[in-house]
Design a protein around this ligand. Sequence first.
Ligand code: SF4
Ligand code: SF4
Length: 386
Amino acid sequence: MPDPNQLADAVRAEATRLGFDLVGITPAVTPAGFDHLQEWLRRGYAGEMSYMPRREDAYEHPSGVLPEVRSLIVVGLNYFNADYESDQDETTSPQATGRIARYAVGTTDYHDVLKSLLKQLGRFLQDKLPECRTRSVVDTAPLLERDFAVLAGLGWFGKNTMLINKRIGSWFFLGALLTDAELTPDAPHATSHCGTCTRCLEACPTDAFPEPGVLDARRCISYLTIELRDQPIPQDLREGMGNWVFGCDICQDVCPWNRKAPPSTVDDFEPLNDLTPADLTWLLSLDEDAFRKRFRGTPQFRTGRSGLLRNAAIAAGNSGDRSLIRVLTQVAADPEELIRGAAAWALGRLGGAAVEATLTQRQQVEPSAPVLQEVDAALCRVRGDS
Ligand code: SF4
Ligand code: SF4
């Protein structure tokens, strides 16, 4: 049986060789965050993410994911790419574009990248210890990854609820390899380095932090644009979404710990030009085939065409850019209710005689009661404005 110290050192070295920016080891325990999770769920902050309360008990201990687990190897992979910012600045018409969160503009879905690397790490461990069991986790299993990252010494919970590392900031993905092997753990990260800073709390445009370190997901733009499926965005949060069409980076962008974030070395995370930023006219013109062709295998595929175009329509309404009226008029007659409702709202925000004519026509033919309400409200706004 290999010595747990030597085995841990070998695993850390291999994780670094594979390209992980952070690696730490923690024993399999019930994390302190489990109590917080229960309270968070009780307050309803998970919104429509019903998979969380449904699997609440499984979060109590990582044995819910791998029954024989003894150790967790927690890794971080940096996705920060400085080109993302300069690409956003290059646009000649920033009003007519939508922003996509930094983690989701690369060529490959990060789940695939991390899973492939974790599998290689698992094989390495099994070479050393053939009888050991492993299971890799990236997001999808009921595991409090951020809590285990703190226990493994990777960083602390910022007031924005992100895990922050002193050296690389917070632009990194977390993953974990669970194993029944005994590995000597790292020391937990016991301190917080937010101090008196409150930048992230103040910068959030939808007031999604009821208190420091607690996120009401129902108000967060990331949740609204990605997790809230098949439903309109609540009226009172639409304006705060600005031009975000997939995710939101604001509370990380303002964090001083991200000022000196080093660039990622992973080619798969290089930002793609058509997403940094995304042209709203293009997004709103995508039919189902075009959407599938462009977004299959990417994080955006999760929202489906209806979710992405709903978000793009809200961004168009917030843009003040009247050149978008033409494409919004087309999608105001889209087969998808969700898109028609958001387009009506957006047209109401842009206003003008042509919009009034379009909305009046939609009022005559709109078959859906909720969308008709959107059309009526938009028309009231346009008439009140004119
Ligand atoms: Fe607020 Fe955006 Fe951070 Fe969500 S991601 S908490 S909306 S700043
Ligand atoms: Fe902490 Fe300030 Fe960063 Fe928020 S912005 S996570 S308070 S350091």
